[in-house]
Each structure stands twice: as C-alpha cells, then as structure tokens.
Design a protein around this ligand. Structure first.
Ligand code: CO
Length: 202
C-alpha cells in the first residue's frame, strides 16, 4: 500500500526503543516501576498538538487527557476520573488546560451547522460564547473573534477544573495543584500562558 504509515509504525517503534536504550539503559525498567508526573495536561485531540513534544517532556512526566476542544465537562465521567486520579493518586503539582488557535472544535461551535453527535459535546463551547457574547460580538474581525473564543474557552475550562471538589480539597490541604490555562499557536509552535487568576477563582 503506497503512503501507508501503518507499516512504518513498528519499525519506528523498534528504532525508538534502541535509541532510548542507547542513551539511557534503565529507561524502560524505570518507567515500568511507576509514574509520578508533575503535570496533568488537558488538551485538544487535534493531531497537531502533541502534549509531550510541545512541553519538551519525556514519558512519565505528564499525565494526559485529550478531547475535542479541550473541554472539562462536569458530567463527563472520563475527564472527571482523570482529574481525580491525577490529583488524589499521582499528586500532580500542576493542571494545565491547553487550547489552540485554529481549533476545529471551537470553530464548529461558532457555526450553526448540524454536527450530529458533536452538537451535544460542542454545546459547552457555545455556552462559553453565550457567557462572553458581549465581548465577542464587539470584535468585528471574525478571525480575531475566533481566537478570543479559543482563549475564553480555555479560561472557562480552567474554572471547571478549579471548581472540581477534589481539586479544591487538595489545594486547601496541600497548596497544590495549581491550574494553568495555555494556548498554543500552530503557525509558531509556541505556548502562551494566559495567566488565569487561579487564586481569585478558588
Ligand atoms: Co482543537
């Protein structure tokens, strides 16, 4: 099959194992012994935003949850379980919600087409829009408005993380995790900290 990446994946994997072993002979045995990542990263499922790579972190250093449009929905047992496990069992020091400009999920939420199953999921982003409609509607340039919605969506998802009971409990008791909102720009590869006022929301 031409242009089929599938065939190369196992070759890539064996090469990666060899390289890791060459530079760090204990790499795999050490990781097999357990994980204690400092970060929980909640990001978009977009294939162009790989958590470990953009943070320059190795396997074992970041616990990752990704979904379309990096949403933290209260009733989502998947995301809630990830946060609870990361906070109560892994003792992560930082929780990052990372959005990205040119996010198809956020863009879709700004339009009124029928997206099937995604309608319900992206409802959350539409709620973020409604919550900030005054600010957003005042932005005339559509791209600028879309970029701002990406940022506001990250901030609102950070609030959803901060409002989680086990995050609150852990922070009061131990002073962590700290919640951060980031946005990633595909054209540059650069991350920006949105400086979400964590203490004020708490
Ligand atoms: Co996206």
């Amino acid at each position: 099959m031409p242009n089929d990446l599938y065939a190369t994946v196992f070759e890539n994997n064996r090469r990666w194992v060899a390289e890791k072993r060459a530079s760090d002979p204990d790499f795999f045995t050490r990781l097999a012994g357990g994980q204690s990542p400092e970060f929980l990263y909640i990001g978009c499922a977009d294939s162009r935003v790989p958590a470990n790579e953009i943070m320059g972190l190795e396997p074992g250093e970041v616990f990752v949850h990704r979904n379309i449009a990096n949403l933290v929905v209260n009733t989502d047992i998947n995301c809630s379980s990830v946060i609870q496990f990361a906070v109560e069992h892994l003792d992560v020091r930082h929780i990052v919600v990372c959005g990205h400009y040119s996010c198809g999920g956020v863009k879709a939420a700004m339009q009124s087409q029928d997206l099937g199953l995604l309608n319900g999921w992206l409802r959350e982003v539409r709620d973020v829009y409604r919550l900030h409609a005054e600010e957003l509607n005042a932005i005339e340039d559509e791209t600028a408005r879309y970029h701002r919605l990406v940022e506001l969506n990250v901030e609102e998802q950070c609030v959803n993380v901060i409002k989680t009971a086990f995050v609150q409990k852990s922070y009061r008791r131990r002073g962590f995790p700290i919640v951060h909102g980031w946005v990633y720009k595909l054209e540059e590869g650069l991350l920006r900290d949105l400086q979400v006022p964590f203490e004020e929301v708490l």
